[in-house]
Design a protein around this ligand. Structure first.
Ligand SMILES: O=C(O)CCC(=O)C(=O)O
Length: 269
């Protein structure tokens, strides 16, 4: 089922640069459907008079409540095999987010590692599973820089985060603005210095961001997923949203809930 697994070259690139670009992670049909779903959210969140203003961005989280398409993306065949290769299978999907980034010529960007005050000081070694991995799906073609591209500092996942040197931006030496096409995805760990670049393109840039963590970490977007959403999920998706299939007991999020459940949910890998 999961048609993309990490190749040896990709593993080496991940260790060295700290990110991977997955060309065509979403097929064209999916790009159309997800763009429509994002546009619907934009209409719900942005007042009619402001929708034609390319400066008007939007952020929206916990997408599962809004549209079942966003549930499907939890274990999308174009990326989920890679998530399992990088994190192992004791994981939870802890963020689902739309970011529509408006035109913003003055922006210096917002470069950061993920996870907040404590997690930004933690870096895993090259032989470790990751603590967290994010997948950003481009829904907009980004053929050149300064279109609101995602900015990364290759190799920065191996270095301490230099808080005292802030702000870093897309013009800072070492920064790389990632170009690509709608449907491509970038996968990156929490420790990589990253953020949005300037958008001078005259139009908004749309992405979807899904974050996966080890099961023993807390979700970011929600405390618990609603029963209404869980009802609409497959067993694997429910498990990936933290439903362990049994009431909580000590150790629930540290060990497999039953001897066979974990393996059966990852079948087809
Ligand atoms: O919108 C962007 O390009 C940046 C998103 C980001 O920094 C994040 O998801 O952590």
């Amino acid at each position: 089922m999961f048609n993309r697994r990490l190749t040896e070259d990709e593993r080496q690139q991940w260790v060295r640069d700290g990110y991977l670009i997955i060309k065509g992670a979403l097929p064209p049909q999916d790009v159309i459907q997800y763009t429509q779903a994002v546009d619907e959210l934009y209409e719900q969140n942005v007042p009619p008079g402001e929708r034609t203003d390319p400066k008007k961005g939007m952020g929206c989280r916990n997408l599962f409540e809004h549209n079942d398409l966003f549930i499907k993306l939890i274990d999308h065949p174009g990326t989920f095999g890679l998530i399992l290769d990088l994190l192992g299978s004791y994981i939870q999907c802890t963020v689902s987010q739309v970011i529509v980034r408006g035109v913003d010529p003055e922006s210096t960007g917002y470069i950061h590692p993920d996870g907040g005050e404590a997690m930004e000081k933690i870096r895993v070694s090259e032989s470790s599973l990751q603590l967290q991995v994010k997948v950003m799906y481009f829904l907009t073609d980004l053929p050149e820089p300064d279109m609101g591209n995602f900015v990364v500092f290759p190799g920065s996942h191996l270095r301490p985060w230099p808080k005292e040197r802030l702000p870093l931006g897309s013009a800072t030496p070492g920064a790389a603005q990632l170009c690509g096409a709608a449907g491509d995805a970038v996968i990156f760990p929490h420790a990589l210095w990253h953020g949005p670049g300037k958008n001078l393109s005259g139009k908004v840039r749309k992405v979807l961001v899904y974050r996966y963590n080890q099961l023993f970490m807390r979700p970011w977007d929600y405390e618990e997923i609603s029963p209404q959403v869980l009802e609409r999920c497959t067993p694997r998706q429910r498990r990936l949203l933290g439903d362990m299939g049994a009431p909580w007991r000590p150790g629930t999020y540290y060990r497999r809930p039953t001897p066979t459940e974990q393996e059966s949910l990852m079948e087809g890998v």
